[in-house]
Design a binder for this molecule. Structure first.
Ligand code: ZN
Length: 293
């Protein structure tokens, strides 16, 4: 058995974005520090029970928001979730809206990504092992329905489907870029979720993006002037809503999985087992162990 193996400690993983740095509703919270073969995650994981379900919470940018989107060690974050036994990841993110109808304060549950990030480490493979997973449908369809239904039940205005454009940042778009992105037909823009989704798929977990619209990026010519206070108020309201949503949805999404996410690596690993080094097999054991002799 690999020295990386630990007993499953959580079934659902929650990644908090801007403004969501902790989950007050977690019962019996305990903080743990995890290391991975890919380095250290964004910070300590908070384990606890949410509505009786064992969950693991991680603040994507660090608990004090010290990491740029480009500085986040996405591989470590997702690998650590896998090690904890997580099967489903609910990823909360503040985004800019690229469509008139996705108003600030609305929730988007995208079903696609368009990745414009540059050179991020967004695969667990390489250095002796090659695998190509399908990303045709990067969001777990089951998880998306549960989350969208629940968000509506608790009073949210939800936009189902659509594309999340993932940009490198940290600067926001120029108006020229924003106009081009609008031409792509995307719904929202953010800086982190496409990278997460790729790694989550390789690790055979389910992923859903809960995109909370904070503003209209810079393409929108508004009649009323937008103040910083207005944006901050939207952010605060969105964070409160996301906490309520997470608490309401965990029980519904917990249970056996019937989606394809759990077998994403089946037939995806190209390199034969005998060509892999022992140390490589050991390193990736939580992810490839079940396919490797
Ligand atoms: Zn799934």
């Amino acid at each position: 058995m690999s020295n990386q193996s630990v007993a499953p400690q959580a079934r659902i993983g929650i990644i908090g974005g801007s403004g969501l740095y902790q989950m007050d509703a977690l019962q019996d919270p305990r903080s743990i520090t995890l290391d991975t073969p890919f380095g250290a995650p964004s910070g300590d994981f908070i384990l606890g029970q949410l509505e009786g379900i064992p969950v693991a919470f991680l603040s994507r940018h660090g608990q004090q928001h010290t990491l740029l989107p480009s500085e986040i060690n996405y591989r470590a974050n997702i690998f650590a979730m896998k090690k904890l036994g997580v099967e489903r990841i609910l990823s909360v993110s503040a985004v800019g809206s690229m469509k008139e109808e996705v108003e600030p304060g609305h929730i988007a549950i995208p079903d696609q990504f368009y990745d414009l990030t540059k050179g991020r480490k967004s695969s667990f493979f390489g250095e002796g092992i090659v695998a190509h997973v399908s990303l045709a449908n990067p969001i777990c369809p089951d998880l998306a329905v549960f989350v969208a239904d629940t968000a509506e039940e608790i009073g949210g205005i939800v936009h189902r489907g659509g594309t999340y454009l993932c940009m490198e940042g940290p600067q926001f778009s120029t108006r020229a870029e924003s106009d081009v992105h609008r031409g792509f037909g995307v719904s929202v823009i953010g800086m982190t979720n496409a990278t997460e989704a790729k790694l989550v798929r390789e690790a055979e977990m389910c992923y859903v993006t809960i995109a909370l619209s904070t503003d209209y990026d810079c393409w929108h010519v508004s009649e009323a002037p937008v103040t910083v206070e207005m944006i901050l108020q939207v952010l605060r309201d969105n964070v409160l809503f996301s906490k309520k949503l997470l608490q309401s949805v965990v029980k519904k999404v917990d249970g056996p999985r019937s989606c394809r996410c759990a077998s994403a690596l089946k037939n995806a690993i190209v390199t034969p087992s005998e060509a892999m080094s022992v140390s490589l097999k050991e390193k990736l054991d939580p992810i490839i162990g079940k396919y490797i002799s």
